[in-house]
Design a protein around this ligand. Sequence first.
Ligand SMILES: *Cc1c(COP(=O)(O)O)cnc(C)c1O
Length: 374
Amino acid sequence: MNAVGPATDEIPLARPVLGEAEEGALLEVLRSGQLSLGPHVLAFEQAFAARLGVSHACAVSSGTAGLHLALRAAGVCDGDEVVTTPFSFVASANAPVFERARPVFADIDARTLNLDPDAAAAAVTARTTALLPVHVFGYPADLPAFERLGLPIVEDACEALGAIHGDGTAVGGRGHPAVFGFYANKQLTTGEGGMVTTADAAVKAQVDSERNQGRAPDMGWLDHDRLGFNYRLSDLACALGLAQLDRLDDMLAGRARAAALYREALAGIEGLELPCEDSGGDRRGWFVFVVQLPRGSDRDATIRALRERGVQSKPYLPAIHLMTYYRETFGHRAGEFPVCEDVAARSVALPFFPQLSESQIARVAMALREVLGR
Ligand SMILES: *Cc1c(COP(=O)(O)O)cnc(C)c1O
């Protein structure tokens, strides 16, 4: 993430907060000699579950692995349909495909950029066995509306640590299997890693077993009562996660501060759309700061011009149904999901991380004003 840019002080897109606490935690595990299946796995899981107010958490090797196991635990299998959003990181759509199920896309809400509950309801068929909403850019998806559809739900909360629903529940704390990701740009990082939260002890048992080769807790090493994977998270990574959890509130506050400064600095640029404000009690867990460029502006040229001014940015996110694999495998084409396609064509992620300084934000804003004003 810490791209080594030109000698000038290029402002990176993302940068994790890592310090002595993380170094100490890693050294302790290194010196213990137990790098995997050690005590930090359970400790990280318990601290994470407590933080969200949910009964169980299962540490896994990535958010993608967590989505795979959560969908298996929800019973998704061959020939099923899973209704989900085309405006997400590709992993949420790929996960059903791992089980030979079909991701069925529905369009997004233009304000929140999350799966639109009405569009999702219209996409449900007799073969639909699960809904897979994504809390995109950390903004809570409308879970109460999805819950009314009466289908099993798996939540992709990989971008939404720290987000809160209008009724006060933490995103990922409503009891459905919910999946978090700990890649280096996320709110909390373990380098690579993920977590599945659930209120259901049976889901916890199945995910714990399937991440570890299908081994039951009371079975010996070399016996397996089901198919499994190696989706374990190492003790090193879990120790890092615990240290990060200790500073999570500070890191979330740092992101929220940066977002507020961006709002001020970018106010009044004609046609530029900023991330939606919190509404109805829903609270975003800030992950990225994505703006939508004014209609008619040239995004690639804008990104190049920002780069020349020492500001990293990138198109974020592309529409999944228009990716080559999805066009070729599922026959998707442009025009199917107009809201998603419009947003995806105009979205640009700006530098965003907890320690982004006020002067860096001012530089980004000045560069963007200059480039869009040309
Ligand atoms: C980060 C992310 C994931 C998981 O990514 P991994 O790299 O597998 O941890 C899944 N879905 C979304 C929406 C994400 O942003």
